[in-house]
Ligand binder design. Sequence first.
Ligand SMILES: Cc1cc2nc3c(=O)[nH]c(=O)nc-3n(C[C@H](O)[C@H](O)[C@H](O)COP(=O)(O)OP(=O)(O)OC[C@H]3O[C@@H](n4cnc5c(N)ncnc54)[C@H](O)[C@@H]3O)c2cc1C
Ligand SMILES: NC(=O)c1ccc[n+]([C@@H]2O[C@H](COP(=O)([O-])OP(=O)(O)OC[C@H]3O[C@@H](n4cnc5c(N)ncnc54)[C@H](O)[C@@H]3O)[C@@H](O)[C@H]2O)c1
Length: 468
Amino acid sequence: MSDVFDVIVIGAGPAGENVADRAARGGLSVAVVEKELAGGECSYWACIPSKTLLRPVELAAEVSRVPGLEVAPIDTAAVLGRRDAMVSRYDDGGQVEWLDSVPVTFIRGRGRLAGVRQVRVDGARDADGPLLARHAVVLATGSVPVIPPIEGLAEAEPWTNREATGVKDVPERLVVIGGGVVACEMAQALHRLGAADTTMIVRGDGLLGRVEPFAGELVHRSLTEQGVRILLGRNAVKVERPVAGGEVTVHLDDGSRVVADEILVATGRRAAVDGLGLDTVGLSRPGPVDDSMRVTGVEGGWLYAVGDVNGRNLLTHMGKYQARVCGDVIAARARGDADTLPNMRARADDVGAPQVVFTEPQVCAVGRTEARAREEGFPVRAVEYDLGGVAGASLVAEGYRGRAKAVVDTDRRVLLGVTFAGQGVAEMLHAATIAVTAEVTLDDLWHAVPAFPTISEVWLRLLEAYGM
Ligand SMILES: Cc1cc2nc3c(=O)[nH]c(=O)nc-3n(C[C@H](O)[C@H](O)[C@H](O)COP(=O)(O)OP(=O)(O)OC[C@H]3O[C@@H](n4cnc5c(N)ncnc54)[C@H](O)[C@@H]3O)c2cc1C
Ligand SMILES: NC(=O)c1ccc[n+]([C@@H]2O[C@H](COP(=O)([O-])OP(=O)(O)OC[C@H]3O[C@@H](n4cnc5c(N)ncnc54)[C@H](O)[C@@H]3O)[C@@H](O)[C@H]2O)c1
């Protein structure tokens, strides 16, 4: 095998795989180095298993809101069996086969920078010399969970997303630290799959702090009604687990405590750069990157970073988008072609990435929240509408509960952000993404007539609320 490639990608998660694919399509030879499983966190321990565990929860809630249908109890063993199938039983054979077909050279082992355009691979290739990249090295190593420095927490061997999404025996009593996306999604899934006694410890005054407050409130209400205990404005100060795998006690800053069988930490993620050799090229972190995903300040401009590791937006679709830009740019630069075509710069990251939180109710948003738009100095007017008041929603469910909000730039009459919360709203997000990204004016949106009776009629109601 040649030790010289046009491009070397470290990390074969969704971002790494896509940058490799695009660079190879551009005619370059590419090697991808992966220390665990091709497909990355998303395929085995994040998006895919978490959504598989949440789908029956969502479906059961939907069925329970239509008179004439009955919800059978959720069969947890069957759900976990489907999860195992969806993660290919933690076997990446299919992904490796696809990489081979691109074609890309797949190298299993831990990669690290070893100087300019050089990558060493620990493991199988350790004894060999470094791999050399003619044009570019791309960091696509993803992120790892943050374990906060709470006394006794690390020693208590808390669950992270890996144990939670890979659960084999659902604990009866679960305590979750955090109130963000992972905390809400996994608390809901595990509670409905058997963790009858689930408590969330949230340091802020609401859930899902990055979205419009009404969305977090709707999720809070739903979780509480299902029986999840949510402690807002509390901090864990000490954790005790005297016997490994035994009962765990979490002490809170108000003197109270929570006892559980397992503890899940969902307090954010940080770039996966430990042992990555950034120091060998004079860096302490893998960024910032410019809009072509090139790490700034590296002489020769040969280093790029895509996906979670660059910290822009920790979402699979955004990492893949950055990867497409990056792979095309590297190929164009290698050929000496113009690298400034519109598809060769990532501009969607700053606008406010689209995101769906797959709780029940779902929450989805794109663009800026009202608060962020005001902070950034836009002339803003926000309008809201009760989704339950739309004919399509009342057909979907008895007592449909949900809300929509649009944030408008009053000077240019374009949307800066849109948020929906409610049953089945995820598939409405892309219309909002197009409107926000393409800056479709309200006057043009008026002619995009939503079909009756769909929940999308809320678009019309929002425009009417604006005064049209
Ligand atoms: C519970 C959970 C649910 C999520 N759900 C969603 C969702 O529904 N939708 C969504 O868009 N996002 C979701 N995310 C976020 C999503 O998982 C990440 O944004 C996505 O996985 C990032 O892709 P990536 O390729 O940058 O990194 P990763 O998927 O983390 O892949 C990085 C790869 O690099 C490898 N690697 C790391 N270091 C080295 C090294 N030194 N040498 C070789 N290989 C290395 C790793 O083994 C890994 O395979 C979720 C995250 C979590 C935790
Ligand atoms: N459906 C999806 O798209 C999806 C699902 C899961 C995760 N993700 C992505 O994964 C990333 C990580 O998710 P996450 O939920 O871990 O992070 P997050 O940033 O969404 O939430 C972290 C939560 O932990 C809290 N927190 C942080 N430090 C704390 C501390 N020391 N003590 C107590 N609480 C603390 C924060 O206040 C917040 O509530 C997110 O950026 C998200 O984009 C996406």
